[in-house]
Ligand binder design. Structure first.
Ligand SMILES: Cc1ncc(COP(=O)(O)O)c(C=O)c1O
Length: 504
């Protein structure tokens, strides 16, 4: 079998070439593109073909052997290991369906080589759909400059001092008013200002869970929550979802089986990565179930206000009468990701503990940034910004739908998002997996997020998440065209390769 040479070596990267090689060979093994038993070219040949030094190849092979991905046979060459723990066992399992038995463990969290691979998308010139961020042209640079000046003029050194761990009180009051427009009734005393939504989730996990306990989430889910689970050594139980959101019936069966998870994490509106919105019925079902079993729900609402079409649904916290819901959101996605201002709203029972954990984590979130966001929020800059962003996001969503229709394979599937940043596309199985497609797409200077990384159970191999919000409509068209073309070309060879594979 000939070795497919579809590698991208980035000579400008700080990452050594041998590490780039390791990452890409691993990815090809895990995606099944390099099946067990495949013979790799001799190090000298590969070095010559790729115009890199032989020592880079020798080092890469040595490390991959040490990790069990490759095996060497004296006089015969280097092969993809037959019994390698890495050889496609996770990525080939169930092709994108969530694991209904759901007994995923934190130690089966997504493979970091896939994520590392996606870092290549940062190269200049790449039309990048892979990030989870809004585009930089949305950020109100001048308004922030004015806000910082105004705050420093008003508060002087006070603005640069340590802040209360709970947060800058005027911002907490402004947040209370802001969320009351979404139907959430709370006191400023129940609001804790955090370093973005990411820190808020982490604080809740630390405050309410112990090592080894179980966190319930939907599958696929937000990558950041998987990172937290890994870092805090908690187990993940993954519940399937459909277009109406988390399958509450599955969760109920799990609970009826005497399992006792400590926390349920959901993104009811414009879920990352699927863009799904949980229906009203499911929202109520979930709250009732959590109440019945006394399991707190963490509601991550960072995309809630990114709606540019359809009727808004209330956040879970607005429907919650028992205090089971901890609401998390932030001014990051919609305004300024780098300023790192988020918040959580919790009942008094958990609040004290959360403040202690926050204090231990970083004493407080930057008082200067809290004052600046308070200034922007209370002067209506946020509302204007949101309106402008949503108008532009809708244009980009429309461009994405048009381009997907025109260029993506005819059996690919997606839902029309009514908000948020993402298009979640299922590729037909008659062609490459998303990881395989990613490698070729990157050679054409376009990238997306590989579905696999959002699953804990090897699912998502035929899914890709495209952040259409990141690009102008003309670049969306061009980027989707390149992805579509890459798929078509690979799909032609794919059929032939599948026929040959039993002889390997
Ligand atoms: C669902 C979800 N929650 C939280 C975050 C983190 O947001 P923040 O920048 O506010 O920490 C992200 C970022 O991608 C996200 O997608």
């Amino acid at each position: 079998m000939t070795f497919p040479l579809n590698f991208t070596i980035d000579r400008e990267s700080e990452e050594p070439i041998y590490r780039q090689l390791i990452r890409q060979i691993k990815l090809q093994i895990e995606s099944g593109q390099l099946p067990a038993g495949t013979r790799l070219p001799a190090s000298r040949d590969l070095a010559d073909q790729m115009a890199i030094s032989r020592i880079s190849v020798v080092n890469a092979y040595a490390e991959l052997r040490a990790e069990g991905y490759l095996s060497a046979h004296a006089g015969r060459g280097t092969f993809v290991a037959r019994d390698s723990a890495a050889s496609g066992t996770t990525t080939r399992s169930n092709g994108g369906l969530s694991n209904p038995s759901g007994d995923d463990k934190a130690d089966t969290l997504p493979d970091y080589s896939l994520r590392d691979m996606m870092r290549l998308a940062r190269r200049p010139g790449v039309i990048n759909f892979s990030y989870g961020a809004p585009p930089t042209e949305f950020f109100p640079v001048q308004a922030l400059r004015d806000a910082l000046n105004a705050v420093l003029d008003r508060d002087g050194a006070e603005a640069l001092s340590y802040e209360m761990s709970e947060g800058y009180m005027p911002l907490r009051v402004a947040v209370r008013e802001y969320v009351s427009a979404l139907g959430i009734r709370c006191s400023a005393d129940n609001i804790l200002i955090t370093g973005g939504a990411q820190q808020a989730i982490d604080l809740v996990v630390q405050a309410l869970m112990s090592e080894g306990e179980t966190l319930v989430t939907s599958m696929p889910t937000y990558l950041g929550v998987l990172d937290i689970a890994r870092a805090r050594r908690v187990q993940i139980y993954s519940v399937p979802q459909d277009e109406h959101g988390l399958r509450v019936d599955h969760l109920e069966n799990y609970l009826l089986d005497n399992h006792t998870p400590r926390l349920i994490y959901v993104m009811p509106t414009f879920q990352n990565p699927t863009g799904n919105v949980m229906s009203m019925h499911r929202r109520r079902q979930l709250i009732n179930l959590a109440q019945e079993y006394h399991i707190p729900i963490v509601e991550d609402a960072v995309y809630h206000e990114f709606r540019f079409e359809g009727e808004p649904l209330p956040p879970l916290k607005a429907l919650d009468e028992s205090g089971m819901v901890i609401h998390i959101s932030a001014f990051t996605k919609m305004l300024l990701p780098g300023v790192r201002i988020g918040y959580l709203i919790s009942n008094s029972q958990h609040y004290e503990r959360l403040v202690r954990v926050k204090q231990a984590a970083d004493i407080s979130t930057s008082g200067l940034n809290q004052r600046a966001v308070h200034h922007l929020l209370t002067r209506g800059v946020l509302a204007q910004q949101l309106e402008r962003n949503n108008r532009e996001l809708r244009r980009r969503r429309d461009a994405a739908l048009r381009a997907a229709e025109q260029y993506f394979p005819k059996d690919a599937e997606w839902h029309k998002p009514e908000g948020g940043l993402y298009l979640w596309v299922r590729l037909p199985r008659t062609g490459p997996t998303a990881a395989e497609l990613f490698i070729t797409a990157l050679q054409r200077n376009v990238s997306f997020a590989i579905g696999n990384i959002f699953f804990t159970n090897g699912g998502g191999q035929y899914h890709m998440r495209l952040n259409y919000g990141q690009q102008r409509p003309d670049l969306i068209d061009e980027g989707f065209r390149r992805i579509g073309q890459a798929w078509q070309e690979m799909a032609q060879h794919y059929g032939a390769a599948m026929e040959k594979s039993p002889m390997l």
